[in-house]
Design a protein around this ligand. Sequence first.
Ligand SMILES: Cc1ncc(COP(=O)(O)O)c(C=O)c1O
Length: 453
Amino acid sequence: MITSWIDGSRARTVPGESLRIASGGDADRGVRGIRVHDTDRGSPMTVTPEARTTSREQIALTEQHSAHNYHPLPVVVASAEGVTVTDVEGREYLDFLAGYSALNFGHRHPELIRAAQRQLGRVTLTSRAFHHDQLGPFCAELAELVGKDTVLPMNTGAEAVETGIKVARKWGYDVKGVPADQATIVVAHGNFHGRTTTIVGFSDDAEARDGFGPFGPGFRSAPYGDAAALAAAVDDTTVAVLIEPIQGEAGVVVPPPDYLPEVRRICTERGTLLILDEIQSGLGRTGRTFAAEHSGVVPDMYLLGKALGGGVVPVSAVVADHDVLGVIGPGQHGSTFGGNPLAAAVGRAVVALLASGRPQRKAAAMGEILHSELRGLIGQGVTAVRGAGLWAGIDIDPAIGTGREISEALLAEGILVKDTHGSTIRLAPPLVVTEAEIRRAVAALATVLKERR
Ligand SMILES: Cc1ncc(COP(=O)(O)O)c(C=O)c1O
């Protein structure tokens, strides 16, 4: 039977508690696929090996055989729909993280699943050695949504960032006339653009960076939100400024209102490209298609990812005009899976959703409610709330608990969130979230904070 975690009653047994009882030992028990009668659905179905195990067993198995490059909350998701995820014991939770914005349209949005299923029945991969009939339409439709004319599709966000760096350097040498191998790119303190060695090389987060050098040269970092400092870091070798319009991993940090327009002005004046990483902030999250729209800023290059694949497949892209992306020729960049038919078909369905404007309007309207509810917690265990649309960074009074502790307490209340940087938690529910779900999540946060004060 499904035990609802979102019906107002507070459950007493949580995966975290059972985890604390014991770990390991019997982790591999019960992992044989069997055919059973699913009484909830009234039809026979094949239960996967995973479905028979408990959260504890699943976590132990993962701990044993998966590299420990994450520290997940102790919940094991077995299925999901919209804003709700269900764990292997049948408990339901509201997903207020939404795959760090990869699930902007919710879990298994019917139009995205339909597009994927249609394409699964046709062709999934050709490599770019051949053309296929989804790539042209995907690029044309995405370019139109963005307001640029050219798309370079990749898979993950980090690949889009790497691609942007390569394109900017090539543009710098071919178009701007920077001497060979002298190109510099200005980035911001507190940035997060992914996990490749090049990218962590210009991060100032010791955890992300330390132990992975040596790093290549060519990056300068200026304080985020300080346009004068950024201007001082730009010189004749600077081919691009690469920033997030709102810094996600840093804790949903919103820069001063004049920052992005100033950065745009500096880039135009100094003849450098402005690259905006909208991988987490873009595609509806803040109430507009792009976060930079709130400041009226248009970059030379957009980096997109996460929600572009609708939470179904990894899809990322660099989107710019031909005078920028045209510097890349055959053999100079690519990816076996970049722009594959399945990704392109899902990407087209994502673009169609965004072209309707509905997700953006929903994020704007629900975002007002979210932020007004959260502001009510300031002084009640919350020291600051930042963000835009359905995206919020909430600083918890360190005397009350760490972000991790609050996230674990919220898990017990049936709300999934994730901490970032010590005492901050981040809320980013799917844009299909309802007002009632927002109120329920904020009420749960209020309860958790009250219990600790
Ligand atoms: C702003 C930003 N850029 C790039 C990335 C990297 O994306 P991916 O994890 O898909 O490589 C992230 C991931 O969180 C991000 O938030």
